[in-house]
Design a protein around this ligand. Sequence first.
Ligand SMILES: [Fe+2]
Length: 238
Amino acid sequence: MWFFSRERPLANVAVDLVVEVHNHVLPGVDDGARTLQESLQMLLFWAEMGYQKVIATPHQNTHMNASEEEIELAYVRVHRQLQEQEIPLVLSVAAEYLVEPELRNRIGQLRSFGVRNYVLVELGFWALPIGWKNFLFELQCSGYTVVIAHPERYPYADSSLLKEWYEQGLLLQINLLSLARLYGKQAQQKAEYLLEKGWVHFIGSDLHRSEQIEPLRRALVHRLVRKRMSTFLNPTLL
Ligand SMILES: [Fe+2]
């Protein structure tokens, strides 16, 4: 069994988040955790920080498209270790879908999470996908609550586009790693801007590698995360 220091994590910030909503913790199914051991390192971090639940969100797009069976197998391997090592975390699986034409064929079968059928989507990094507005509206009309992954990371997402997304009822999920400046100054500033505005619905990690754990630890005590803690929807997913 793993032994946890039962000291309360930094300023109770992580304890209040309770649920981790965006990460690549399942081993070998995308560009995230490479081994079972790396997965467990990540999960131990969350357990030590006071999280109670982790929703794994492997990439699903034309380049990273692990099958349902492969994802299930990865989940079972990790889940077994959680039980054997008595790590007190609930693990569930959703996905991070790239908005691309192929995704239209999967509407109705997307792996969503939470009672409001949240579905985590990412947009291309270099340009908005053609027809994105209609497509996201179609998702909403199909019963999903759309959550845009890391809006702060898209170079084209200026303040007016961020405002438009927020006002259209699209939920926004920022990465803690953006606050740790892992993707540069612009992404960090935009994440802070969204927090200042109160437009952040979910906080996630987008953790891919065990080397990112230390920056993640630092980001958890960011003053704006503390300031807005009561507004995030993470705890409603428990
Ligand atoms: Fe991701």
